[in-house]
Design a protein around this ligand. Structure first.
Ligand code: GPP
Length: 541
């Protein structure tokens, strides 16, 4: 099917103000100018503000080199005295600023780039009893910066828990008196905190708001708009190719019970990696997710338990001749899965062929977890909370997404990285947890599918004999717990930070699609306008 809601991706107008070539040239030219700004910054704060602006505008990827230099080589300037950058835990000297906004911004950026900064940095803004100074309680900019920073908390950081609660509470109190664009920025952050949100979503809003920013710079603004539109064209072309792939596949396999979600699957993979150079990863992951969605709907909506078992076995053996064992309606699907994985293989260079075994294994793995869920649900069995979570975190797709995106990366994705990703790595497991718990919170509200297994919320209610409110609060707290683990992983894996971040982006996409207990995947109407901004409407220059 070509059509996604009312939007025909194939007929979406390309933004035509500039030709592709002109746009690329202009981006290149402006990028040089902005690169020069790093050298021209006179103070640490100017540099940090520049990085922050580029992040919010969704174009820090264009400046990896100067940012890297600044953060890694020039870190002694940030810390104001030389330090050993090889240490993952750095006991730096206190940052000499009396501005909460500045301290919080530096705290957040350093933590995001994998450098430990102590929460003690905020002590100078507190009274003896540990409460924040009263003037901070009414300063929206300070509060927002503190809120962003405190969202980088890890386990057992009580002072940051308190800072987060304080900032959140105060922002909720003062939100209705704020002026634009701060009002919108606060609303956005309260819905999905900035460090947990996907970059392109923030960029769409911030590009419009930036004109009112006190650090406004016309060259930076122009570049942000052009780069957004340039990437949107890249994504539009990929989406058109994805739509043709899906039209051909869906008309052949004819699984009429399955959700038609090719744009949403692409959105998932694009949330993990949106930069131009990751096309191979993006396409493979989007197709892998769509093939998984067909599998999920087969198990949850249509197949008998025996058919689920036969399909799992056939996928386990990965032998086309087993097609004869399958029911008629699954034959084509099975063959097309194998054919698509062969196509994935063709995208690999000869020295990358070992990656095939991993991607096949995660697809077989998720299928096995779907089968175990089906065994439970067909028997009407409600598992213990512990067993439910153990299994459903697997079926939530953390491993599938991690391997799916690593599959198409360059040589940076070594065998060691693949092994790390499938050996219960904390990053991958925590992303699975965010995915599962956000999905279950939404499912509980919406009501689950015909043959879905009981959600973690229901299992918790039954096991502890508590109300849905108590169980929902528990599962909500587990989302926060998983984010603390993800924040900790930034320090523990600074050597593979880019991939840790790409995998973590899966968690971020779940926050976007499923916040406020909505299910933007199943009820895709809920994200239609947002996706139009991502793929159809260019930013006006
Ligand atoms: C991230 C992944 C694996 C994406 C593939 C598509 C998919 C299964 C989406 C979730 O649907 P759902 O809410 O019906 O999932 P479940 O049945 O696992 O709750």
């Amino acid at each position: 099917m070509f059509f996604w809601g009312k939007i025909s991706v194939l007929n979406a107008p390309l933004n035509v103000q500039f030709s592709d070539q002109k746009l690329t040239e202009r981006v290149h030219q402006l990028k040089e100018e902005v690169t020069g700004m790093f050298g021209a910054c006179k103070s640490v704060m100017e540099k940090l503000n520049l990085i922050d602006t580029l992040q919010h505008l969704g174009m820090d990827h264009l400046f990896e080199e100067p940012i890297d230099t600044l953060i890694h080589l020039g870190i002694d300037h940030l810390f104001e005295e030389p330090i050993d950058t090889a240490m993952s835990s750095i006991h730096n000297t206190e940052f000499n600023s009396s501005s909460l906004h500045e301290v919080a911004l530096r705290f957040r950026l350093l933590r995001q780039y994998g450098f430990w900064v102590s929460a003690d940095e905020f002590n100078k803004f507190k009274n003896e009893d540990g409460s924040f100074f009263s003037d901070i309680a009414n300063d929206p900019k300070d509060l927002l910066s503190l809120y962003h920073a405190a969202n980088l908390l890890t386990h057992n950081e009580q002072p940051l828990e308190e800072a987060l609660l304080f900032a959140k509470h105060r922002l909720e109190v003062i939100r209705c008196n704020l002026k634009s664009p701060l009002a919108e920025q606060v609303e956005r952050a309260l819905k999905v905190p900035h460090p947990r949100n996907i970059k392109r979503e923030e960029a769409i809003h911030y590009i419009l708001e930036y004109a009112q920013d006190e650090t406004y710079n016309a060259t930076i603004h122009k570049l942000a708009k052009l780069e957004f539109n340039h990437l949107q064209r890249v994504h539009q072309k990929e989406l058109k190719a994805m739509s043709l792939w899906w039209k051909d596949l869906s008309e052949d396999v004819k699984l009429d019970y399955a959700r038609d979600r090719v744009v949403e699957c692409y959105f998932w993979s694009y949330s993990c990696l949106y930069e131009e150079e990751y096309a191979r990863s993006r396409i493979v992951l989007a197709k892998l997710l769509m093939l998984t969605s067909l599998l999920d709907d087969t198990f949850d909506e249509y197949a008998t338990l025996e058919e689920c078992r036969v399909l799992t076995k056939a996928l386990e053996r990965w032998d086309e001749s087993d097609v004869s064992l399958l029911p008629e309606y699954l034959k084509k699907f099975f063959l097309r899965v194998i054919e698509n994985f062969r196509d994935f293989d063709e995208l690999l260079e000869p020295h990358e062929k070992w990656r095939n075994a991993y991607i096949r294994s995660v697809y077989q793995g998720i299928c096995k977890s779907y089968l175990q869920e089906a065994e439970w649900s067909h028997r009407g069995y409600i598992p213990s909370f512990h067993d439910q979570v153990n299994l459903s975190v697997m079926s939530a797709g953390g491993e599938l997404v991690a391997i799916g995106l690593l599959f198409g990366l360059g040589d940076i994705a070594t065998k060691e990285v693949f092994e790390w990703a499938i050996q219960n790595s904390l990053t991958v497991t925590a992303c699975g947890e965010v995915s599962r718990f956000m999905d279950d919170l939404a499912d509980f509200k919406r009501g689950r599918n015909k043959m879905d297994v009981a959600t973690s919320v229901e299992c918790y209610m039954k096991e502890n004999n508590v109300t849905s409110e108590v169980a929902l609060a528990k599962v909500d707290s587990l989302v926060d717990h998983a984010w603390k683990t993800l924040n900790q992983e930034l320090f523990d894996h600074r050597d593979i930070l880019s991939m840790v971040n790409q995998i973590t982006n899966f968690g971020r996409s779940m926050m976007f699609l499923y916040h406020d207990k909505r299910d933007g995947y199943t009820n895709s109407e809920q994200v239609k306008d947002a996706l139009e901004s991502h793929y159809v409407k260019p930013i006006l220059i």
